[in-house]
Design a protein. Structure first.
Length: 253
């Protein structure tokens, strides 16, 4: 390690942020190779002269950016894909659309699906007001084998007869809706909040019960304002970041 740690305890910049920036700089300079283990938390704490809490905050920041990966019982490693999983915070955020333009390495596992009665879902947001028979999907999304999001979708069965017996192309609902039924969403309405996971959701996402989740729920509509898909997606907050974009015409009025 360098002889002089670049941490200024008198500066107004938080210590964890200074440590994170220095580690990122050292990684960019090639001090460690992809998939190589970095020094232990104890070694880094001693080197930077900061508390274990500050050091772990710094490592967590780099984990969010996909630069580091912590392996339980083994230590922390430099990844082979040091870029954050950025999700576009634009209008395309209902479950069938938000994954449509993801890079091909995004993996999907369908955990549950079928023709159900809307009233049988205790986790269906009440504000959806959805009733009757629905096609239901519960899917887990991965990147590099790490769970990023747990998505639930409900589609009115009357719009998609027989959909429960069809396979989702690469786990994507939108491909089936467009390819088999000629249904393409015209607009979506979403809301976002921070929540804690239930016991079951924590198990599916491989996180602890105190891990924060970004809960995005929304409805996509066909032209004519017919609701097409009702969705709720739980994003693991320390594994993804949303990229927001605003345009002048959106701000008018």
């Amino acid at each position: 390690m360098p002889s002089q740690p670049p941490v200024d305890k008198s500066a107004p910049i938080p210590l964890y942020y200074q440590v994170a920036c220095d580690l990122k700089s050292r990684i960019q300079q090639g001090e460690w190779k992809p998939n190589e283990k970095i020094p232990s938390e104890h070694q880094l704490t001693e080197y930077y002269g900061v508390s274990r809490i500050s050091l772990r905050q710094a490592l967590a920041e780099l984990e969010k950016d996909g630069i580091l990966l912590k392996k339980r019982g083994k230590g922390t490693f430099l990844t082979d894909r040091p870029t954050p999983d950025l999700q576009p915070m634009k209008y395309m955020l209902t479950s069938s659309l938000r994954f449509k333009n993801q890079r091909e390495q995004m993996e999907v596992e369908v955990l549950d699906s079928g023709l159900r009665d809307a009233g049988s879902f205790p986790n269906l947001p009440q504000e959806f007001g959805l009733q009757g028979r629905v096609i239901y999907y519960k899917r887990l999304f991965f990147s590099g084998g790490v769970p990023l999001a747990l998505a639930r979708s409900w589609i009115p069965a009357a719009l998609v007869p027989g959909m429960e017996g069809k396979t989702l192309p690469r786990g994507r609902i939108v491909r089936l809706l467009e390819g088999e039924y000629g249904l393409s969403p015209y607009r979506v309405a979403d809301s976002l909040e921070i929540i804690r996971p239930t016991h079951t959701d924590a198990q599916d996402l491989q996180i602890t019960r105190d891990s924060p989740l970004i809960f995005v729920k929304g409805i996509s509509y066909l032209k004519g304002e017919t609701p097409l898909e009702y969705s709720s997606t739980l994003w693991v907050a320390d594994r993804v970041r949303f990229q927001m974009e605003n345009r002048a015409e959106w701000m008018e009025g």
